[in-house]
Write a protein that binds this ligand. Sequence first.
Ligand code: AP5
Ligand code: MG
Length: 217
Amino acid sequence: MNIILLGPPGAGKGTQARKLVAERDMIQLSTGDMLRDARKSGTEMGRRVAEVMDRGDLVTDEIVIGLIEERLKGDQRGGFIFDGFPRTLAQADALGELLDRLGQTLHCVIEMQVDDDALVERITARSTCAQCGEGYNDIAKPIPADGKCEKCGGTEFIRRADDNAESLKQRLMEYYKKTSPLIGYYYAKGKLCSVDGLADIDEVAASIAALLDRAPA
Ligand code: AP5
Ligand code: MG
């Protein structure tokens, strides 16, 4: 089963994608994570990507479509979770073409509905285990009292360079201008479902599981 998790920064796309990976053997394709890896590479492309991301702007369609195309050729296991991709109509068209070429179907686009006030709070409280990438949140899911990651025992936690009020404002602007039109795009294709992303993490997971269990194969 191939699905898209669609929602603004902090909607919980990464949190829910990781649960689906653990529970359904799906493959998380997060263009944000791929670009964060690219910026660590120290190449000229990585440096340019870092500048764009830190401002809160979108990276070019060409770069992210290339990253996704590369990953679709690999292992497909329980299907793909597109996390943070597509983000523009051009990316959505490209994804449709790539899946068609592979004889694959897009089963469901899950819009995670949240409100902007919750996003600011979530983003500024977010941290991630440096070792395994497990996500934490000072309010919703604090780092365990012993200071060790509950998944891997790691003791170093990092905060993202774009998780500040100024970049977040720009990330939200980009979402409303360029990504939110995808809600109508996928509705018209009969693929759109939505969940209440403001519910607690396990409740959101249960709503997504119910949608996936009902989605046509
Ligand atoms: P990306 O990494 O995709 O970031 P984003 O879309 O801004 O989304 P986030 O990762 O911030 O939020 P999330 O929805 O994953 O929330 P999370 O689960 O972490 O993109 C970063 C940048 O890369 C972009 O700005 C752009 O520059 C570039 N980029 C990426 N893809 C691109 C593309 N396709 N095209 C062009 N450029 C692209 O949750 C957030 C916090 O809330 C966590 O602390 C979590 O614990 C907590 N939380 C989660 N769910 C709940 C809940 N239900 N209740 C309470 N707290 C919760
Ligand atoms: Mg994310």
